[in-house]
Structures are given as structure tokens and as C-alpha cells.
Design a protein around this ligand. Structure first.
Ligand SMILES: Nc1ncnc2c1ncn2[C@@H]1O[C@H](COP(=O)(O)OP(=O)(O)OP(=O)(O)O)[C@@H](O)[C@H]1O
Ligand SMILES: [Mg+2]
Length: 290
């Protein structure tokens, strides 16, 4: 419409200013249209690239229709019921729910520490139901680092020896084990505590040794069951900062927590469990921000 009102051949005498004004009006509208089009294209590109990224992100652990029923004499205790969980490389997943809802059982399944009564667990595309215990142990040792709620450090070993321990089972030489363990203790800010025993460390320090130990074989996946459960809020934040950094570096983190705020701040996906069932899968703002 605007273009129709612009003469196609030169300026008309005496109407030069009006013509310039019309031209300016016309081009500014075209420019605005161009800007809004560019904006739309940029938004569309962002949406598309996020979609493509999400779709091609490799699934590294998948629980399909997994149930776990413990037999207690004649009584069946259904700890997990028909659970589906998909974990992609680089994800940060939180498992939440009341006590007894199946979080630790779920973690044990994700970490292939236990086998399901029903359903399929795939680790890096491999159905682990077909693997024997020793093959499973090797796979776990290489691919998964565990951080347990109660730290689970070996009390009669120093911090350094605790961190070196998982590397023995992967056949790493003593020299390399020690060098790597010292580097990991440095990474968690404990290089000066290498020769201390767990009883000589604070709760936060023991948890950091546990993180260094979980990183010993450079696993792609870290499972942390209530990593801040035994710590005060300041130490808890330090531990979460460490986990967040590891996630930013590309490690996949799966964490059990009772703390909704903590989960929303750090995780991208939260699985809410109740009575062994997944009742909600929440995508947090960390996922949406990407
Ligand atoms: N080895 C076992 N034998 C029998 N029942 C078990 C066993 N382990 C767990 N359970 C039962 O399975 C259910 C889920 O337990 P789980 O430890 O997974 O819960 P949770 O969500 O981790 O709880 P919490 O927050 O208290 O740690 C509970 O009812 C528990 O009593
Ligand atoms: Mg538990």
C-alpha cells in the first residue's frame, strides 16, 4: 500500500519535502519489517537449534518399565513400579520424593548396582540384564562415579589412598594412581589433606574426598545420593558448586535430594517419585534457558 503512494519517476516540483518524507516513511517501515523478520528468524533458529540439540543428545542411561519388588518373607515390597527414566549425556537430573518413595532404589538401578525384577536398563546402549556381575563391575567402574550419602570413605585409609582405590580395579599403575589422586584432591581444594584419615577431616572435607574418589576413573556419569544431606548450608553450597562445575564440563550428574530449591537451581530435569512411581517429570528453568 505504502509503495503504491510513492511516485515511480522522480520528484514533483514543490512537493520535494513531502516526497522525501514519504520515502523516509516507506523505507523506515521496510526497515522495521526487516528487523522484526530478522528477530523472528533468530528466535526460530534458537528454538530449532535447541530442539535439534535435545534430539541428538545421546541417551546414556535408560530405564524402561522398570520395577523392583523386594521379597520380605511372604510380603512383596514394591520399591519401584513401572518407572521410565531417560538420561542424556551432559544432563543434570534430580530424583526427589518422600522417604521410602524409591529414590535410592532408582539410583541403584541407574548405577547398575542392582538388577530390576522387571523392565530393561540400558547403559550406553547396552542392556545390562545380560551382563554378569564381573562385567557389570568393570562397566560401572569405568563409566560411573558414586558419591554416597554417608561418604563411605574407608576409615583406615588416608584421603589419598581412598581416592587411589577405584583405580586399582581398573589396572592403573601405582605411579599414575598417585599422580591422578593428588591432582583430584587439588581440584577439590584438599591437596594439603592428602595424608589425613577420614576421622581427621570435617564433613564437607570428607564429602570432597568422596567427590575426588568418584572422579578417579574419569567417569562420564556421577551419581550422588543426597550429596549435601549431612552438611550445613555453606558446605552444601560448596559441594553443589563442584557438581555444577563438573556438569558444565560435560559430566552427567544424577542426584537424589530432598531440597526442591537446590534441585531447581542445579538440575535440568527433576523426576518426582511417590510410592515407587514417577508421578511428575519437571523441566526446570536451567533446561529452558539453554
Ligand atoms: N533391601 C531391601 N529389602 C526390602 N525392602 C527394601 C530394601 N531396600 C529398600 N526397600 C524398601 O523399598 C522402598 C523404597 O526404598 P528406598 O530406599 O529406595 O527409598 P528412598 O526414597 O531412598 O527413601 P529415603 O529418602 O528414606 O532414603 C521402601 O519401602 C524400603 O523399605
Ligand atoms: Mg534413600
Amino acid at each position: 500500500m505504502i509503495i503504491d503512494r510513492i511516485p515511480t519517476s522522480g520528484f514533483v516540483d514543490g512537493k520535494k519535502e513531502l516526497m522525501i518524507f514519504r520515502l523516509f516513511f516507506c523505507y523506515s517501515n521496510i526497515f522495521k519489517l526487516f528487523l522484526s523478520f530478522t528477530h523472528e528468524v533468530v528466535s526460530l533458529r534458537r528454538i530449532l537449534s535447541n530442539f535439534i540439540k535435545e534430539s541428538i543428545m545421546e541417551t546414556i542411561i535408560e530405564l524402561s518399565n522398570v520395577s523392583k519388588i523386594y521379597k520380605m518373607g511372604d510380603v512383596d515390597v514394591p520399591a519401584l513400579q513401572h518407572v521410565d527414566i531417560v538420561i542424556k549425556r551432559g544432563d543434570f537430573v534430580a530424583l526427589m520424593g518422600p522417604s521410602g518413595s524409591g529414590k535410592s532404589t532408582g539410583m541403584n538401578m541407574i548405577g547398575s548396582l542392582d538388577i530390576p525384577t522387571e523392565g530393561v536398563i540400558s547403559l550406553a546402549g547396552q542392556n545390562i540384564a545380560h551382563l554378569g556381575e564381573s562385567a557389570l563391575a568393570v562397566l560401572r567402574g569405568k563409566k560411573i562415579g558414586f558419591i554416597f550419602q554417608g561418604f563411605n570413605l574407608i576409615t583406615n585409609l588416608t584421603a589419598l589412598d581412598n581416592v587411589m582405590l577405584p583405580m586399582i580395579f581398573q589396572g592403573v599403575s601405582k605411579y599414575d594412581r598417585e599422580e591422578r589422586a593428588r591432582n583430584l584432591l587439588k581440584k577439590v581444594g584438599l591437596e594439603k589433606r592428602a595424608d589425613h584419615y577420614p576421622s581427621q577431616l570435617s564433613g564437607g572435607e570428607m564429602q570432597r574426598v568422596a567427590i575426588a574418589r568418584a572422579l578417579a576413573n574419569d567417569p562420564g556419569v556421577i551419581l550422588a545420593d543426597e550429596p549435601t544431606g549431612n552438611l550445613d548450608s555453606k558446605r552444601g553450597e560448596e559441594i553443589m558448586h563442584l557438581l555444577q562445575e563438573l556438569n558444565n564440563q560435560g559430566k552427567t550428574i544424577i542426584m537424589v535430594t530432598h531440597d526442591q530449591l537446590l534441585a531447581e537451581k542445579h538440575a535440568k530435569t527433576i523426576y518426582h517419585l511417590k510410592d515407587g512411581e514417577v508421578i511428575n517429570v519437571q523441566q526446570t528453568s536451567r533446561r529452558k534457558k539453554k
